[in-house]
Design a protein around this ligand. Sequence first.
Ligand code: NIG
Ligand code: FE
Length: 407
Amino acid sequence: MDVLTNISQLATCPDNNDQADIGCIEDAALVWEHGKIRWLGKQVDLPAEYQKSYAQDCSGKLVIPGLIDCHTHLCFGGWRGNEFAQRIAGKSYLEIAAAGGGIASTVKATRDTSFQDLKQKATGLLDEMLALGVTTVECKSGYGLDFDNEIKQLEVYAALQQEQPIDLVATFLGAHIIPAEFKDKRSEYVELLIGQLLPEIKQRQLAEFCDCYIDEGAYTLEEGRQILQAAAELGFGLKIHAEQLTYTGAAALAAELGAISAEHLERISSDDQKHLAKAGTVAVSLPLASMYLKDDYIDARSLIEAGVPVAVATDLNPGSSPSGHLPLAMLQACLYQAMSPAEVLKGATSIAAKAIARESTVGSLLPGHQADIAIIDAEDINHWMYHFRANACVGVIKNGVWQHNRL
Ligand code: NIG
Ligand code: FE
């Protein structure tokens, strides 16, 4: 039995439809045992049976559910610092991609990197994320774009699941771009995805979700529909990179296909918002991609008002978002997406959990839920978001086990 005492604000982040309701308990205590939360409430009400257990005094800090990064491209070879410099100098992301850079250059680097080296690099990124309080990470393939290399990326995730504490949720993104060797025979690549990769991945349970990037320079709406329908028939949950650089109708497709989430959405219409609300699809906002591409930020206010839950994630990848700093993405969501600190916290906990179908076990602090907990050196959520620091997280508990303790 483990106990946290002297918590100034305990944000339980209940899984409900009110994005601003973080379920705060002031002057709280929390108890867990065997990896599960047993009790939480006002410290004055701590039952006598827990009072003799080992207790960590939080000295008046904020305690939240372990953060969930529900959209990353975690496994990739190389980096693209040269493109960052080109974009600063005025080139656009699409211009760089059309000249052979962009995703295609990371595909080449990922194919040229061994399983071991990819795994080691991703481990380093996960270590940094864990220290920030992130305890669950969704991770996409999509830089292999052939049979062996897509499987290689997903196998890296399967191995990492065994070797480090963060829970990983894998997504197949074989439909990221059309690989160069299929440029003039797109339908053959789509056939490889549908006929070979999806069944293999399903059979080996290497991914739970299937994603597709529908945009200029990537997939058409019709190709996306074909791939995602095939994935749904095999039992994959669906996600779509939608309306990022150009408007394609992909957000409406996400709603039509009952996708669990639609990502990016920088360019959606008010009709799309209604469709997503009706379908119960989570909007995953990726503010760091907007920042790095100097693009528009998502209109989170009207999405929330339309009844669409808005998650906040990093989009960690070597191109549009070379950072896995979720608290920085959260700060940006406050400043540029007009979300309150409380709404943002829900977006990176219980709503993020919903975007990866994990809301019954993580994302909220409730008795019976997994003891995934972050302790933040701030008196409350407003103070945490406002006083930005490299890392304000001073304690991380994953599955009931302390991973970091700087208290
Ligand atoms: O989510 N938009 C498509 N995919 C990624 C970018 C990947 C890359 O640039 O390597 C994204 O932003
Ligand atoms: Fe992405």
